[in-house]
Design a protein around this ligand. Structure first.
Ligand code: NDP
Length: 505
């Protein structure tokens, strides 16, 4: 059935290295059963102020520690996280509904990879500035300083990974953080905070406040916050960025997408089918970089669909802790209703051809709780660009196949224009054996995260961020560390002159 387990203790906030309770609470719900797991304290204005103040107090000490010292502490946290991988993955499965086969091999691990990456980077010069010799007796040097107290606001799809992708570079650069997870997936936050403390992160450097959007809004407008790092929907991101702009805060915005996956006529069809499945059904389609618009040459459409249908039984719903389950329920009832309404719209209004899945019975994988948010992996084919299901982010397991003609010599221009014809620009991919063609398609694609002959991998070394409405700035990679610093340039004149203008008078 679900992840059941015992009722958990109430989840407090975490401020100044200690648990902090409030009187108002909300429920955390198991998506595989829709039963409450526990209650979570909601932060009020006083708690948010306290958390920001804790960060400001801790900042002077933490920012003054050497990068090597911070690195040592963060590496210790990484090793505790790795040692507790399965326990944390079980909690994440309970909170998100993702199968344990996924959370135990991806969610915690890819978060810790980033923590280790930044710990190593700061110990090996990642925060160094540059020196430029201007003249024999004058030079410019630059430094990178931490920003202060930063807000991390997370989405529900990769809770602990998002918490680590934000806090790792934030803390590594010498900042403090007040972190607010999504109220749909709050349970990882206390665990992470206590692990940081156990590893030696001083009190007040990493604080947790819990609650809904209003708590996030208190952070984005708080005068004590220097930067807002946000992951979520485009519409929320616009509000968050506007609020942060009013206080001239730094922002990083990791937002939604409607990414194209282009299969060219010479592609290896098996690998293209695998890529398309990965780009739509992993994590029950709740991945921001999903390639939900699959462009297939009309000449290959029948063969593509045949191979895809043959492989669909590999997408296996089932009890979320069962190691053979790789497809879980959707994260919440409101999200279940939203995805269901898109599938209904695809069938009834867009009149797309339903190739697989849909809303009819049976919807329930065997051994699961009928009260869970189960939905079938769904494929629509013969879709067109104007359909709502091909234009809007569904954030569920709904693939749309868009056939294209190769009869015109200019077909590639039309194809790329169609792929780019969206207000978003998060990710894109191309499948082809012609590597020159792959690079020329990539050069013309309007997206920040791109793959050639694969889909979805996002290692610590790879900076990721969206173009257009999909975001501002990047996370991960060397650039991801810079996003948590501000620069200073110092010109040094060593020749005894303050300049030439007055010296000549
Ligand atoms: P939301 O935008 O609904 O929420 C994101 C976070 O913002 C939540 O913690 C939410 O709180 C909080 N929030 C809501 N309103 C405000 C506000 N006015 N001020 C400050 N914070 C606020 O996103 P979802 O949680 O639904 O996440 C799914 C979305 O995230 C998808 O669009 C997906 O594409 C995107 N995403 C992008 C990624 C990327 O790297 N580009 C990665 C992962 C997801 P609460 O939910 O508790 O109300």
């Amino acid at each position: 059935m679900g992840t059941q387990g015992q009722q958990m203790e109430q989840q407090p906030l975490y401020i100044v290295g200690k648990r902090h309770t409030t009187t108002k609470t909300f429920q955390s719900i198991d998506p595989s059963t829709n039963q409450p797991i526990t209650s979570v304290c909601t932060a009020d204005r006083e708690a948010v102020d306290l958390a920001v103040k804790a960060g400001r107090t801790a900042f002077s000490q933490w920012s003054a520690t050497s990068p090597v010292e911070r690195s040592r502490i963060l590496l210790k946290a990484a090793s505790i996280l790795r040692a507790r991988n399965d326990e944390l993955a079980t909690l994440e499965t309970r909170d998100t509904g993702k199968p344990f086969s996924e959370t135990s091999t991806v969610d915690v691990i890819t978060g810790v990879d980033v923590l280790e990456y930044y710990a190593h980077l700061i110990a090996s010069g990642g925060l160094d500035g540059e020196t430029t010799q201007l003249r024999p007796d004058a030079w410019v040097y630059t430094t990178k300083s931490p920003l202060g107290v930063c807000a991390g606001i997370g989405a529900w799809n990769y809770p602990i990974q998002i918490a680590l992708w934000k806090s790792a570079p934030c803390l590594a650069a010498g900042n403090c953080m007040v972190y607010k997870p999504s109220e749909f997936t709050p349970l990882h936050a206390l665990q992470l905070a206590e692990i940081y403390t156990e590893a030696g992160v001083p009190p007040g450097v990493f604080n947790v406040v819990q609650g809904a959007g209003d708590v996030g809004a208190m952070l984005t407008s708080h005068p004590g916050i220097a930067k807002v790092s946000f992951t979520g929907q485009v519409s929320t991101g616009s509000r968050v960025a506007a609020s942060a702009a009013a206080g001239m805060k730094y922002v990083t915005m990791e937002l939604g997408g409607k990414s194209p996956c282009i299969i060219l006529p010479d592609a290896d069809l098996d690998s293209a089918v695998d890529g398309a499945m990965m780009a739509n059904f992993f994590s029950t389609g709740q991945v921001c970089t999903n390639g939900t618009r699959i462009f297939v040459p009309d000449t290959l459409l029948a063969a593509f669909e045949k191979r895809l249908l043959a492989k669909m039984p590999l997408v296996r719903g089932g009890p979320v802790m069962d190691p053979s389950t790789n497809f879980g329920p959707l994260v919440s009832r409101p999200h279940f209703d939203k995805v269901g309404s898109y599938i209904r719209h695809g069938i009834e209004t867009d009149c797309a051809k339903l190739l697989y899945g849909g809303l009819g019975a049976p919807t329930l994988p065997s051994g699961t709780d009928p009260a869970g948010n189960w939905i079938k992996p769904t494929i629509f084919t013969n879709c067109t660009d104007s359909m709502r299901i091909t234009r809007e982010e569904i954030f569920g397991p709904v693939m749309t196949i868009l056939p294209y003609s190769t009869s015109s010599p200019k077909y590639l221009d039309t194809l790329i224009a169609r792929a780019n014809n969206t207000t978003m620009g998060l990710a894109a991919g191309v499948f082809t054996k012609n590597i020159n063609l792959a690079h020329s398609v990539m050069a013309r694609i309007e997206a920040g995260i791109c793959w050639i002959n694969t889909w979805g991998e996002s290692p610590a070394e790879m900076p990721v961020g969206g173009w257009k409405m999909s975001g501002v700035g990047v996370e991960n990679g060397r650039k991801g560390l810079e996003a948590w610093t501000r620069g200073k340039s110092v010109l040094v004149e060593n020749g005894g002159s303050v300049g030439t203008v007055y010296a000549k008078l």
